[in-house]
Design a protein around this ligand. Sequence first.
Ligand SMILES: O=C(O)C(=O)[C@H](O)CO
Ligand code: MG
Length: 260
Amino acid sequence: MLKLSANLSFLYQELPFLDRFKAAAKDGFKGVEYLFPYEWESSELLSLLNENGLQQVLFNASAGDWAAGEKGLASLSGREQEFRDSIFLALEYATALQCPQIHIMAGLRDETISHSAQLEIYHQNLAFAAEECAKRQVVALIEPINAKDMPGFFLENISMAASVLNIVDHPSLRIQFDMYHIQRTDGDICLQFLANADKIGHIQIANPPHRYEPGNGEINYPYIFNFLKSERYSGWIGCEYKPSTTTSKTLGWAKELLTQ
Ligand SMILES: O=C(O)C(=O)[C@H](O)CO
Ligand SMILES: [Mg+2]
């Protein structure tokens, strides 16, 4: 059976953040994910998870100065210590929230150094993060993000993510396969999934062109869900979409999956 997680940074934005846990549980979600937990105490977040019978599925390691446009630290020259500190902090939260995976964003291409030099930094930082994650039974995830939404993002497509995993070669490092980004960058969602199935740790969904809910856009999600069932995908599927109306009204497509 497919397991859906509510991404609370995207869904239920009609509510204050801490109220979104209850709303997600009321709609039938058993898991939640979101961008960053760091402005709240982990004890407060843990109480909300427990009160609402929810599992924390994923959150991101700090991505640098997000408000100033930074998109991760993992490939940035001269930021190695900050990167390591971001992993230690993420792992403290992951342990407290019993969260099995963290997403580590690559950062933007730095044109002041060569691509290969930046790639080498990325590999080394990910090897460090994977090793630290393994000590806590946490999986580190990397996600290719489409260049139309995030120009200059260093990890630009699924084949680059696969090649990074081949080089770093650590069992605690896997791909966050966001179908919205895959569709906008490469297409061939099912074939890309099959080619990389052994490397995929987490899936996220939204429907192009507007990043709306599955039932509203160009990807045929009923076909994709049947495909994932036939492939016996057993990880979580994060609903990381922009609801086209209030969130609960966009969940018609998920009724069967949320009531199982
Ligand atoms: O935007 C996405 O698709 C993500 O999953 C990141 O965590 C945030 O940019
Ligand atoms: Mg995503």
